[in-house]
Design a protein around this ligand. Structure first.
Ligand code: NAP
Length: 240
């Protein structure tokens, strides 16, 4: 059915992106899944197919979000194939420790994935949303985009940049019916949190499903209501 809405989710192979892609498919969106690891995307696509009912088959784009040309070509192919984009979730992200010991190449990669990748997709998708007169862009930033943490300066810089980009887009695109929200969670129970050395056990972290509930709530608001940013704290580490 071609009148179904379309949602692009980057970093859809695991963690938060996987949970959001599954939920949006469940809610009737035709989903477009992006990340580098094709097997993980195929596995999520399989899980979506298992949902049964009238859930549409997802489209899989295995690419590096830092590769601007590949992202532009993919976005163009998505627009040609589906004719519309209703939701864009810029979720693909990379973590790295360090301030003084981070290499210039690693810092460049952080910015390329966490900021420039999102910007490239927005540049290619926003014109479609403008034509539609509606759309919702979610930028999965971080609490590290609101609070600076010692020994995580490069990652914080990339997430502060994403929050700034998101706020500017929110104001620029609102008159054209497009909502832009940055989601800024603290520790979320995923591979990345463990890679980053979270001190919290799983049960004390935000769950990917909390991001799902947040996105569903935001999508349920009236066209007039615009939420620029949602900061989600971990109850157990509020003081840090
Ligand atoms: N977990 C946390 O505590 C936490 C807290 C706040 C914010 N966040 C943010 O939430 C987002 C999702 O994180 P997560 O915790 O779900 O992490 P995750 O489980 O490690 O998943 C990250 C996803 O992003 C994809 N990705 C990474 N680099 C990519 C690239 N260069 N091109 C395309 N896709 C890429 C990964 O797939 P491939 O590796 O196959 O490419 C994967 O699908 C990130 O932006 C992260 O910074 C996480």
């Amino acid at each position: 059915m071609n009148d179904r809405p379309v949602a692009i989710v980057t970093g859809a192979g695991r963690g938060i992106g996987r949970a959001l892609a599954l939920a949006l498919a469940q809610d009737g969106y035709r989903t477009v899944l992006m990340a580098r690891t094709r097997e993980q995307l195929e596995s999520v696509a399989g899980d979506i197919a298992q949902l049964g009912g009238a859930v549409p088959e997802p489209a899989v784009y295995a690419l590096d979000i830092a590769d601007q040309q590949a992202v532009r070509e993919a976005a163009q192919s998505i627009v040609e194939r589906f004719g519309r984009v209703d939701v864009l979730v810029n979720n693909a992200g990379r973590w790295a420790a360090g301030i003084f010991d981070i290499s210039p190449e690693e810092f460049r990669q952080l910015l390329a994935v966490n900021v420039a990748g999102a910007l490239t997709l927005v540049q290619t998708v926003a014109p479609v949303m403008k034509r539609q007169g509606r759309g919702h862009i979610f930028n999965i930033a971080s609490r590290a985009g609101k609070v600076g943490f010692p020994e995580e300066g490069a990652y914080c810089a990339s997430k502060f940049a994403l929050v700034g980009l998101s706020e500017a887009l929110c104001k620029e695109l609102a008159p054209q019916g497009i909502k832009v929200t940055s989601l800024c969670p603290a520790w979320v129970d995923t591979d990345m949190a463990r890679q980053a050395g979270t001190p919290l056990p799983s049960a004390e972290m935000i769950q990917p499903d909390d991001l799902v509930k947040t996105v569903r709530w935001l999508l349920s608001l009236s066209p007039a209501a615009c939420v620029r940013e949602v900061l989600i704290e971990c109850r157990h580490s509020l003081a840090s």
